[in-house]
Write a protein that binds this ligand. Structure first.
Ligand code: ATP
Length: 320
């Protein structure tokens, strides 16, 4: 069970029991041997189970300071994160090799979260552990003029990972039921249709061989304030600050409602959402690394066999 915050806010409760899974839950059967055996055992509930969104959970009860599933301390988490690097890199390389030899699998990591929720840090610290040649990263901002000439999924389709690639979306097609809803950029009857469209689209993407992992990061209003203050105080962080961040902050209740409905209505078996508390950056980075490692492992990809006669090639090399 996630720890209570030291300064518990009266309206906040711990994550509901139903979002937790038994301690005995195991890694997938096809899990490869784990070198980081000791810190790994500090996952009392695997990240995949502790964080997977359970439809109907009240998002306002999520404790952004909690570390669901994780029984260790920060130092343990950082140790496991470091230990995961070679594993994650190898799994991603297997995926890349698979794509190079005609395979159709790919992985898409979708990151959603308000400003300062740490999306960039996840990309640097979790995704940054793998070979950048195998990553297709795409950020989705306010649609450009060209993008506005097409339907909202056009730019998303163009950014989908090719076979063998790990795709990373920093914000995504889900903005269509977040900022578009909160800022009333479309009439209600239009954006309401998007829930169904998003699910149909993701079902199609999954059917084509892409494993989708969707992560929603949640930072508390207090922590967000601290992070924004730091951006204002430090010259090296001014470039990250956008005055519109304060406007978004003033609409937090509307965003909470929009996120609640997005999670409830677009978490599907082929494209589940994981709700990650993000006040502790080390935890969010570790959790996403675990989700990514688990997703890549679940593909169970072996190294592709040689398409040449190994012995004959060795002989040729020796003679060369
Ligand atoms: P971030 O805050 O993610 O670090 P940023 O401040 O650098 O990003 P951009 O990535 O250029 O800015 O754009 C993000 C902004 O684009 C967000 O305010 C987001 O709500 C907005 N946005 C994304 N998709 C849409 C959309 N479909 N319609 C309108 N606004 C969108």
């Amino acid at each position: 069970m996630a720890k209570k915050p030291e300064k518990a806010k009266p309206e906040k409760a711990k994550r509901p029991e139903k979002a937790q899974r038994p301690d005995s839950a195991k890694q997938p059967e096809n899990a490869k041997p784990d070198k980081a055996a000791k810190p790994d055992t500090l996952w009392k509930t695997p990240a995949d189970e502790a964080l997977r969104w359970v439809r109907g959970t009240d998002l306002s009860t999520l404790d952004e300071t909690s570390t669901p599933g994780w029984a260790g301390k920060r130092a343990d988490g950082e140790a496991l994160l470091a230990a995961r690097a070679p594993q994650l890199a190898e799994l991603q390389e297997r995926l890349f090799a698979h794509g190079r030899t005609g395979g159709d699998r790919s992985v898409l990591l979708v990151l959603q979260g308000l400003d300062t929720s740490g999306k960039g840090g996840i990309v640097r610290h979790a995704v940054g552990m793998v070979d950048p040649q195998g990553v297709q990263h795409r950020g989705f901002g306010v649609p450009t003029e060209e993008e506005r000439e097409h339907d909202y999924l056009w730019r998303v389709r163009n950014a989908l990972p090719r076979p063998g690639y790990l795709g990373v979306f920093d914000r995504s097609h889900h903005e269509q039921v977040l900022v578009v809803r909160v800022d009333r950029l479309e009439p209600v009857r239009t954006w309401r249709k998007h829930f169904r469209e998003l699910n149909d689209f993701e079902a199609e993407v999954a059917a084509s061989g892409t494993l989708i992992v969707k992560v929603a990061l949640f930072v508390s209003p207090d922590e967000q304030k601290k992070r924004l203050a730091e951006r204002l105080d430090r010259p090296d962080k001014h470039w990250k600050y956008n005055p519109s961040d304060i406007d978004v902050r003033e609409k937090l209740p509307q965003y909470l409602a929009a996120y609640q409905e997005m999670l409830d209505r677009t978490s599907t078996p082929v494209a589940p959402w994981y709700a990650v508390p993000a006040d502790r950056k080390w935890y969010a980075r570790l959790a996403v690394t675990e989700l990514l490692t688990g997703a890549l492992r679940s593909l169970d990809l072996d190294w592709p066999p040689a398409t040449f006669d190994i012995e004959a090639e060795k002989a040729r090399l020796a003679a060369s």
